[in-house]
Design a protein around this ligand. Structure first.
Ligand code: NAD
Length: 258
């Protein structure tokens, strides 16, 4: 009996789940019957969330850039709950600045966290996702990425971040072709700006409040998105309702990037 819960019985790994979009998604997923392995580099709100969500939220402090950490994350899911049905590669960092200020360590860091990390976490979880795909009928197993509006478009003073987020979409599109025939559904969410730690990383664009106001005014719906908006999109894509949705970039941006 699933009591109408849209992810009843599923197991999800969510990266960047101690804060922001990932934390909101973990809450939403648990409320819909999912058990969540929350992965984050920092402890963030994870203690509070453990108290709030109980046994269905397990926090693993880990760096998704590390092959060994990712293995530990997947092993935790397998030993606790016997599988992984959903991987949400959501963790990331902000960067704004002059193109000419980019040096090798910076480039390596942004690409490692925003692009190589999701690739490595996917590689670690893939055997478990394939097992889930065999058992999950037309629901499929689910691989989801957080890219950005800047994975589809460009703005000034954002080259390294924009490049990393375009790369996420390239990775998603390629995997959609490779893994679709194995019953793994692959999609990416492209958020607009939101008031989170990443969203406040507006450095070269100006002070966060000023940038938020400017973008709010430039957005057709005249509002900024909230972490819950990403959680709702992730839930739709991860649930049975999204079973025919594959290889898309879902903009959740109040119409900002048009
Ligand atoms: N907030 C926005 O305006 C916005 C817009 C578009 C896209 N995004 C993307 O959304 C995703 C989530 O960001 P958010 O806005 O919730 O910000 P956030 O800072 O609240 O959450 C990101 C989380 O990722 C974690 N993280 C960073 N590096 C990590 C690593 N190496 N391993 C594991 N965890 C790591 C951070 O500790 C943090 O808790 C990011 O990929 C970001 O690029 C954000």
């Amino acid at each position: 009996m699933n009591n109408g819960k849209r992810l009843f019985g599923k197991v999800a790994i969510i990266t960047g789940a101690a804060d922001g979009f990932g934390a909101a998604t973990a809450r939403r997923f648990v409320a819909q019957g999912c058990r969540v392995i929350a992965v984050d580099l920092q402890v963030g709100n994870s203690q509070l969330m453990m108290a709030e969500l109980g046994h269905d939220y397990v926090f693993v402090q880990a760096d998704h850039c590390s092959v060994a950490d990712n293995q530990r994350v997947v092993e935790t899911a397998l030993s606790r709950w016997g599988g992984v049905d959903i991987l949400f590669n959501n963790a990331g960092i902000a960067w704004t600045g002059d193109f000419e200020s980019i040096d090798e360590p910076l480039l390596e860091h942004v690409l490692d966290v925003n692009l190589n990390g999701p690739l490595r976490m996917t590689a670690a979880a893939l055997p478990a996702l394939k097992e889930s795909a065999k058992k999950s009928g037309s629901d499929g197993a689910v691989l989801l990425f957080t890219s950005s509006g800047l994975g589809l478009y460009g703005v000034t003073h954002s080259s390294a971040y924009t490049m990393s987020k375009h790369g996420v979409i390239g990775l998603m599109r390629s995997l959609a072709h490779e893994l679709g025939p194995q019953n793994i559904r692959v999609n990416a969410i492209c958020p607009g700006i939101s008031d989170t730690t990443v969203g406040r990383g507006t450095g070269a664009w100006g002070e966060p409040e000023e940038v938020f106001e400017r973008l709010r005014q430039a957005t057709p719906l005249r509002r900024l998105i909230e972490p819950e908006d990403i959680a709702n999109a992730a839930l739709f894509l991860a649930s049975r309702e999204g079973r025919m949705i594959h290889n898309i970039t879902l903009r959740v941006d109040a119409g900002a990037h048009t």
